[in-house]
Design a protein around this ligand. Structure first.
Ligand code: ZN
Length: 268
């Protein structure tokens, strides 16, 4: 990106101070969502990076709660699957079963709303230097897990900040030569509420994943989210304990596959 364009974007951005709550991969886990909402600071905007439903037992509740918090959403592959917008042959049997179960549970209004969600990247006027996607800015269904996966999207991006989900792994990748291995928050505990701040640098491109609210896969069972503060040019990664037992019990009571309940305890 030419320096003049970057300066113009940063200048425009600096005039509107915003604090954004970033939520991704809630996966119908209403207990985890409520845990995040209770722990999050007051924010100006909420951006949801997709996979609102699938796997968990409360798709309608999670959709309604999410819609009450804001209007910025990107669709995820599980949202598409539950809405009947993609072939389930790409899903493993457990994910496919959960998608069909979800479709049967959804109210007609929520099903219609899910069908209408936009494909990323989406852009928001208040944050012109950022884009929001589910998988990668190049392909909405692509997983960005390793620094190698991040390379092409980082090189192709026209904005400094890309917020993404899909991998269920909290952290970031950047073009800073000293951060080529990626950035993962390091926490002190395994069961308490914690925050880790990451100061962003000007002139560096970032791919930032707030982690999964409702089904973390980075070895930490706590619900994950992030907050972006424009004025400080900073991202805070959060982990919060939530009512895991209740989420598991509801999955089992709904006769969803047992694995969907047990994996929540290990964050895998
Ligand atoms: Zn997901």
């Amino acid at each position: 990106m030419p320096a003049s364009v970057r300066r113009a974007i940063i200048h425009q951005f600096a005039r509107c101070k915003v604090r954004i709550l970033l939520l991704s991969d809630i996966h119908s886990n209403v207990e985890a969502l409520e845990g995040c909402v209770a722990a999050a600071p007051v924010c100006d905007l909420v951006v949801n990076l997709g996979d609102i439903v699938g796997y968990g037992a409360n798709p309608n509740e999670v959709i309604e709660r999410s819609r009450s918090m804001g209007k910025h959403f990107v669709r995820g592959n599980h949202d598409k699957a539950a809405a009947g917008l993609m072939d389930l042959k790409d899903f493993n049997p457990i994910a496919g079963m959960a998608a069909l179960w979800t479709r049967e549970q959804l109210s007609p209004e929520n099903l219609e709303w899910l069908r209408g969600l936009p494909q990323g990247p989406i852009h928001i006027p208040e944050v012109p230097q950022a884009q929001f996607v589910h998988g990668s800015p190049i392909d909405e269904d692509e997983y960005v897990v390793t620094p190698r996966d991040a390379l092409e999207p980082l090189m192709a991006t026209k904005v400094p900040l890309t917020f993404f989900g899909h991998s269920h792994v909290q952290g970031a990748f950047s073009t800073n030569p000293s951060e080529t291995g990626g950035l993962r928050p390091i926490y002190k505990t395994v069961g308490q509420k914690e925050v880790m701040e990451m100061q962003l640098k000007q002139g560096v491109e970032y791919l930032i994943n707030p982690g999964s609210v409702g089904q973390p896969r980075d070895g930490d069972w706590r619900a994950a989210f992030a907050v972006f503060e424009s004025e400080e040019y900073r991202v805070s990664f959060h982990r919060v304990p939530y009512n895991l037992k209740s989420a598991q019990d509801r999955i089992l009571a709904a006769n969803l596959p047992q694995r969907l309940a047990t994996r929540l305890a290990t964050g895998r």
